[in-house]
Design a protein around this ligand. Structure first.
Ligand code: ADP
Ligand code: ZN
Length: 316
């Protein structure tokens, strides 16, 4: 665990989201010394604001030791790659090919470690939150986009690069839901049907303004239950954590759990069948998982450890 020594080096944490950039400055995850939030606008503007914040705060407090970035994807999160830390081709306007890693490493002059926002959140939930003591779980964000950090046998799964579960196919009844989906690549993939912008475009109102009785939520729960069922069969996890702006509607949890049980129909891992309430859960760190993950990435960079989940806990 991070310890809170007064003289521990300062860590910069950045959660780079499709809607907002959350910045935190800390010596450990228990004591946040400064915070800031900037909307995701044109890269030049948002990146300059984030840089100015970290520069000003470190001038006030202490020099920075390392930075961690938990970023929206697609992003190159492979440290061995030439493009490590670069945002790849994204539907998010102006952000394709933005090199987050070089911008902060060169301007702050400190080591930087970057992973996806959901891998960061998974790391934080495993170390500090809803997946403590659990070696096999999935953290999903349902926000501007949909993505997952997958931990199997205590390790984050990355393959060649991060997974793209947001683009899995859904079974859709076009009479019930004529909305064609908003994914610029696939239309009605999971993200196209169930991310925050899909809710807003389908119903002509932001999700946060849709009352609990609105038919939007039955549909939303159905798509997210299909996602949880597919994740269950692919990974057989012990727990699925659902975070992100859309999941702030906590009434969705019982709706999703019930539908997942119908879809599993008695076939699935014991964790899912025996105790549905503990199988699909909100993040224990609430909206903080990504930021805390960014701090943990900074800490692991400073210590020279590879990005690890279970190994880091055992060592600390
Ligand atoms: P980011 O994607 O930047 O990490 P969020 O996870 O907060 O940020 O996701 C933002 C998306 O979630 C937006 O599309 C927003 O409309 C939607 N959203 C935020 N809060 C809610 C809510 N309470 N209910 C439904 N949708 C929400
Ligand atoms: Zn898609």
């Amino acid at each position: 665990m991070l310890n809170g020594a007064q003289n521990a080096p300062l860590l910069a944490g950045l959660e780079a989201g499709g809607t907002k950039f959350n910045c935190v400055l800390a010596r450990d995850t228990n004591t946040i010394l400064a915070r800031a939030r900037f909307p995701t606008e044109k890269p030049e503007r948002t990146l300059a604001e984030v840089l100015a914040f970290f520069r000003e705060e470190s001038a006030r407090l202490d020099p920075l030791g390392a930075m961690g970035i938990a970023s929206f994807g697609p992003v190159d999160n492979n440290p061995a790659s030439r493009d490590y830390g670069r945002i790849l081709n994204t539907p998010k306007r102006d952000w394709s090919q933005v090199d987050l890693m070089s911008w902060f490493r060169e301007n702050l002059g400190i080591p930087v470690r970057l992973d996806t926002d959901v891998n960061g959140a998974a790391l934080a939930e495993q170390r500090l939150g809803a997946a403590r003591g659990i070696d096999n779980f999935v953290y999903v964000t349902v926000g501007t986009g949909i993505g997952a950090g997958i931990v199997m046998s205590g390790q984050l799964i990355n393959g060649f690069t991060h997974t793209e579960i947001g683009h899995m196919r859904m079974s859709r009844d076009k009479e019930r839901d004529p909305f064609p989906g908003c994914c610029p690549f696939h239309g009605d993939c999971l993200e196209g049907l169930a991310c925050g912008p899909a809710l807003e475009q389908r119903w002509q109102r932001p999700g946060a303004e849709l009352p609990q009785s609105h038919p939007a939520w039955e549909l939303q729960a159905d798509y997210l239950a299909q996602m949880c069922t597919n994740l269950t069969f692919c990974y057989m996890p012990e727990r699925i954590i659902l975070g992100g702006g859309v999941m702030q509607n906590d009434f969705l949890f019982p709706m999703i759990r019930e539908r997942v049980q119908q879809l599993l129909n008695g076939y699935g891992p014991p964790a899912a069948l025996a105790n549905p309430d503990a199988y699909i859960v909100p993040p224990a760190l609430g909206g903080e998982s990504g930021q805390m993950g960014a701090l943990l990435l900074a800490q692991q960079q400073l210590e020279g450890n590879p990005t690890v989940v279970r190994g880091a806990q055992a060592a600390g």
